[in-house]
Design a protein around this ligand. Sequence first.
Ligand code: FAD
Length: 391
Amino acid sequence: ELPPVDGDFYDVFETLTPEQKEIQMKVRHFMENEVKPLVNDHWLHDSFPFEIIEKFKKLNVCGVTYEGYGCPGLPFLMEGVLAMEMARVDASVATFFGVQSGLTMGSIYLCGSEAQKEKWLPQLQKFDKIGAFGLTEPEVGSGAAGGLTTTCKKTEGGWILNGQKKWIGNATFADVIIIWARSLDDGEVKGFILEKDNPGFKVEKIRGKMALRIVQNGLITLTDCFISDENKMEHANSFKDTGNVLRMTRAGVAWMATGCARGAYESALAYTKTREQFGKPIASFQMIQGHLVEMLSNLTAMQTMVFRLSEMQDEGILKDEHASLAKVFCTMRTRDIVSRAREVLGGNGILLEYDVARFVADAEAIYSYEGTKEINSLIVGRSITGFSAFV
Ligand code: FAD
């Protein structure tokens, strides 16, 4: 009998409490049974499986780390484990969830007033409202800190926003979108909660993506878009506030990369045990085992790294450079792992029905979003040398 397929070689997740393991397994079963059967077809057709929103409602795992507002206040470690479990089956669905639970709810949790938190967080937690996060612009990506061109100007009872936002995940169907804009009054970046029926707001779907095709990314245009004072986030008054949100969510992206790598490794290992050539399972060939062990060693390093990363988050000692290092390392290693998985599957490695092809493509988007390899490397470089090479 062949040994079971499992990507947790060092039993990293055995240290979770029984309650935490129960949540992990609940999400694993949900992803395997309810989500996996849907994803290849939706990936192919560049469409979103809206039926999973109702299922996510029942799962009740959104915003797990926040305290109050209908959220259970679990450790950050659990948010990471959930991101890994989701991406282990599909990185697009994990991204949809990350935008809702991390970027949107996280912005309001960290930057909103008490009234804004009470109004929005319970609705977002229950998926009664869907959220999005608009920072990147057509001409401004890596340089968002100093370069945002979307403007806001104070007017009576609210603010007028003008500009464009590109790549915004969930934006085509979101009810609320966090918009970051530079103030024409004091030059600082401010954060807003935009509601979709707001006049002056337009969104177009971005077509032709070759990665994360299930995620519906939008190009947003704001034309003299009025947002009331009630929807200006009280504590979002400089890019430092945006940075606080990104520090938290970047750790989640490292976990997501780990999940994507784990899904690819487990698919590849299972395949090599059943696929036969020369009258034997290909798993019995030395060069195939070499690939599998390279994959497993990187995956094990990633899992131990993100585990510690979340512990640091829970201890309140996580800094930008810690999250950036994990984002760089995990997304680079994921690219290597998915490409080896694709290799051991031979021709079937490029067929959607074997899942690995989807992991290969999706790893490319995770590699670039929430800060590219270069930008996250420069954040770490600044920390260890004392010299900033980019600001
Ligand atoms: P650019 O900034 O134009 O960079 C191009 C290249 O130049 C990169 O290799 C970069 O590393 C390099 N570079 C830039 N500056 C330097 C420097 N100083 N030194 C060295 N190299 C440098 N954004 C949102 O706001 N909300 C979302 O929901 C969202 N979802 C996304 C989903 C997907 C699928 C993708 C692909 C992107 C998403 N983004 C989102 C945007 C994402 O965060 C940006 O793509 C990312 O920050 C990089 O910006 P850019 O694409 O404009 O690349």
